[in-house]
Design a protein. Structure first.
Length: 355
């Protein structure tokens, strides 16, 4: 089972038995310079570590435990192993995403189940030391007709889903239940304090997001299958500059957008579409302020929950077909070619590069 780690090491989040998944914990995958993937083994057993983030300077990875409603730090041991760094900390219902401050001061955890946005302070070793809950979201569409959650058919509820560390030091979070993006400032003694918010169209469902070097933020919407472009004004407040389809061929019944990623040169955006199981490629135009759909490519498996773009390769984690599919990217067009390789991985949900 062991393989040489001559290239890149990727840690893979997964669903485990407590979420009806087939993973065992955080997996370890070696990526050769030729794009070839090798399964190294389980780095550490953990309950449904569905999303991961790595410390910017230390060999530490953070994982949410979605069913257990906790977050935990793990420290690297040996070539690819991990061990717990301190105890698991309580998060909230369906903790589904974690992101790390570029200065290594804190992590932010967002919770789909109840809308909680939580900040956890870190010590110099990367361990978790404190917990702060941010203010709950308010529905900007509360006076609109309907008020029904698209995913459940019930009354609309807050569903925080992801966070992004902005280039200017602020933090941006999405709430796909209330169709709102919030921008925060960090204070060491109190956590996150709201700076401002941006309402997206009713029923769009902002899910994941990425920032372009131009400062524009691209937000993929799970329900409407679009990408919203947020631009900062002279006063620093973001506004909705535009939105358009996340796919070249349109959405299909049952589709749900998942991850959004940027090519390393900033020329292309990649959106994962579950249901019809596609990766959609969009060209970045207008000095980083507009997107144009270019192509839709089969993702190579079932339910592409997350993907990673790195060194000319695209790696796609398929939650339901239990594999990671790898594609070579055309350097001119950004479009993936045929599936280069598929590696069996139990219920993968997230892929991050180990430091």
């Amino acid at each position: 089972m062991a393989a040489n780690i001559d290239g890149t090491l990727i840690w893979a989040g997964a669903y485990t038995a407590d979420s009806d998944g087939k993973g065992m914990g955080i997996g370890a995958i070696a990526v050769g310079d030729d794009g070839d993937l090798s399964w190294l083994g389980t780095a550490v057993e953990a309950p449904s570590p569905s999303f991961l983030a790595v410390h910017p300077a230390l060999p530490v990875v953070y994982a949410v435990a979605e069913a257990a409603q906790t977050v935990r730090a793990y420290r690297r041991t040996g070539p690819f192993g991990l061990e717990a760094l301190g105890d698991a900390w309580p998060a909230a219902a369906a903790a589904c995403h974690v992101a790390v401050d570029p200065a290594g001061r804190f992590i932010v955890v967002t919770c789909w189940g109840d809308g909680n946005v939580l900040l956890f302070g870190l010590d110099d070793d990367g361990g978790i030391t404190s917990r702060f809950a941010a203010a709950p979201a308010k529905d900007p569409h509360s006076s609109a007709d309907g008020g029904i959650d698209i995913a459940t058919g019930a009354s609309r509820v807050s569903r925080a889903h992801a966070s992004l560390m902005l280039d200017d030091g602020r933090i941006m979070t999405t709430d796909l239940g209330f169709d709102v993006v919030r921008v925060w400032n960090y204070f060491p003694d109190s956590g996150l304090l709201l700076d401002h918010e941006v309402a997206l169209p009713l029923g769009s469902g902002p899910r994941h997001l990425v920032q372009h070097p131009s400062a524009a933020v691209f937000v993929v919407t799970e329900y409407s299958i679009e990408i919203a472009v947020l631009l900062p004004g002279a006063d620093g407040r973001f506004v909705l500059s535009g939105r358009g389809p996340a796919t070249a061929g349109g959405a299909a019944d049952g589709d749900a957008a998942a991850e959004v990623a940027l090519s390393q040169d900033g020329r292309f955006v990649y959106a994962g579409i579950r249901g019809s199981n596609r990766i959609s490629v969009l060209a970045v135009e207008g000095s980083g302020t507009r997107l144009r759909p270019v192509a839709d490519v089969p993702s190579g498996g079932d339910w592409p929950r997350h993907h990673l773009v790195r060194d000319g390769w695209l790696h796609v984690a398929h939650e339901r077909s239990h594999d990671v599919a790898t594609f070579a990217l055309d350097p001119a067009t950004g479009v993936p070619g045929e599936v280069f390789q598929k590696l069996g991985v139990g219920s993968p949900t997230a892929l991050v590069v180990a430091p």
